[in-house]
Write a protein that binds this ligand. Structure first.
Ligand code: DP6
Length: 430
């Protein structure tokens, strides 16, 4: 390693990951080993219509820059611009694991040569930014740890594949295990004590079923009262129902979901809704009970259930992670258009809202809905099957905003240095 004052960086972007079969409960708290398998799908966040940060204008996800330099005296991390401690066991485990797999790195242009043995002595700086609400039940820890592990693996020239990297990301956060791939991903439970057989595999990539449309209703972007980590620990300790779920329900559901992902939408929808409801039932069966959903979440479930029943076969699936936000999966764009129309009917934006900040992502669906301004929302037709008595029930302001998206890809490396969150000379946040 030459001693010139250099900084070497890598920047990655990772969209978040939503579970269709939920992970809830650990058999090992330190290694983060799950009591059941879980399946997640990754929504792809389209270019933002509003700019959340001047640094990030392209996608709606986690961006992480990692840097290494002989100038650094300790490992440091900044999350959303604020410095935070890296002393927690989860960060320490991820950093140790990834360092132990590092290889020689050479950047001829910059005159940098790092040998495998040097990595133990070198410190890293990490800057991470979520351009969606952190800890509000939108899987920010999944995207965060997967992005961190992926970026560090690139920086340190780690040669392992995504499956192996998923065992490292898993030690940061269970759901991060599923976030190294795009499309539909399964986290395999594994049996070994050391967790080496608890990793993720891709079931289908994002192109396999690209007519699916995902609409997320961000009901509240406040941080949740009970973190997933605490919530699932309390469920394992106190819920009698969780054992039944782990033993008798999830194993079979995983098999059925794997089959259904071959493009059987009604089965995917039934399984997804049932699993979300069962996960929230386990939360309710926990002592003290955990309430992640609120009245708005329940209203959304009831609208979707009624619609699906009236059609005779599911058109839309809903799922809720550890928060009140609804992730709605429509079987195609036509159904998504009808869904957005219904959602806007029930949850119209306050009149002074800019429509572009109320429907984010692929807002082109708004054109199909026939809406150009907030005023147009008032004239949306009453959804079919709703009695006139109920038609007046509108809940203005109960949804903060909607995001329209599709199944998305896995982590990517950003080669454009202008997108890095750390300064290329100092290695400090820009
Ligand atoms: C409800 O992965 O956030 O979103 O492993 O303790 O970090 P830790 O928990 P986390 O739990 C996610 C729970 C969930 C379901 C899921 O994503 O499968």
């Amino acid at each position: 390693m030459n001693q010139k004052k250099w900084v070497l960086m890598a920047t990655a972007q990772t969209p978040t990951n939503i579970a269709v079969i939920k992970y809830w409960g650990k058999r090992d708290e330190t290694l983060i080993l799950t009591i059941t398998a879980a399946i997640g799908m990754r929504p792809w966040f389209y270019p933002l219509m509003i700019s959340v940060s001047p640094l990030i204008q392209t996608t709606f996800c986690t961006t992480t820059t990692v840097a290494v330099s002989p100038l650094f005296h300790q490992d440091r991390m900044w999350l959303n611009g604020k410095e935070m401690s890296l002393s927690g066991i989860r960060y320490q485990n991820c950093l140790r694991e990834i360092r132990s797999r590092a290889n020689d790195v050479e950047d001829e242009k910059k005159g940098i040569k790092i040998e495998k043995k040097d990595w133990e002595k070198l410190h890293v700086h990490i800057a991470s930014y979520n351009n969606f609400p952190t800890a509000a039940g939108l899987a920010s820890s999944a995207a965060g740890f997967a992005c961190l592990v992926f970026a560090l693996a690139k920086l340190m020239n780690v040669k392992d594949d995504e499956g192996k990297l998923s065992t490292i990301a898993r030690q940061g956060s269970g759901s991060a295990c599923r976030s190294l791939f795009g499309g539909f991903v399964k986290w395999i439970t594994g049996n070994k004590e050391d967790g080496s057989d608890s990793f993720s595999v891709q079931l289908a990539d994002e192109k396999h079923w690209d007519d699916l449309v995902i609409i997320i209703a961000v009901v509240s972007s406040r941080q949740k009262e009970t973190s997933s980590t605490t919530g699932m620990r309390e469920s394992v300790e106190t819920s009698m129902f969780i054992e039944h779920r782990a033993k008798d329900v999830v194993p079979q559901r995983i098999i059925q979901m794997e089959e259904a992902i071959t493009r059987d939408f009604p089965s995917v929808a039934r399984l997804t809704c049932a699993d979300s409801n069962q996960f929230h039932a386990v939360c309710l069966d926990t002592c003290p009970p955990i309430f992640y959903m609120n009245d708005t979440s329940h209203r959304i479930i009831s609208y979707v259930e009624k619609w699906n029943r009236s059609e005779g076969t599911p058109q839309v699936a809903y799922t809720f992670d550890a928060g009140p936000n609804a992730v709605l999966i429509a079987r195609n764009r036509n159904i998504a258009t009808q869904l957005l129309q219904r959602l806007l009917f029930y949850f119209p934006p306050p009149l002074d809202t800019d429509l572009n900040s109320y429907v984010l992502g692929d807002a082109s669906i708004l054109k199909d809905v026939g809406i150009q301004s907030v005023k147009d929302v008032e004239y949306l037709p009453q959804p079919p099957g709703i009695s006139n008595n109920n038609a007046s029930l509108k809940y203005k302001g109960d949804v903060n905003y909607f995001i329209c998206t599709k199944p998305g890809r896995g982590p990517v490396l950003l080669s454009d240095e202008s997108q890095a969150l750390l300064n290329a000379e100092t290695g400090l946040p820009k």
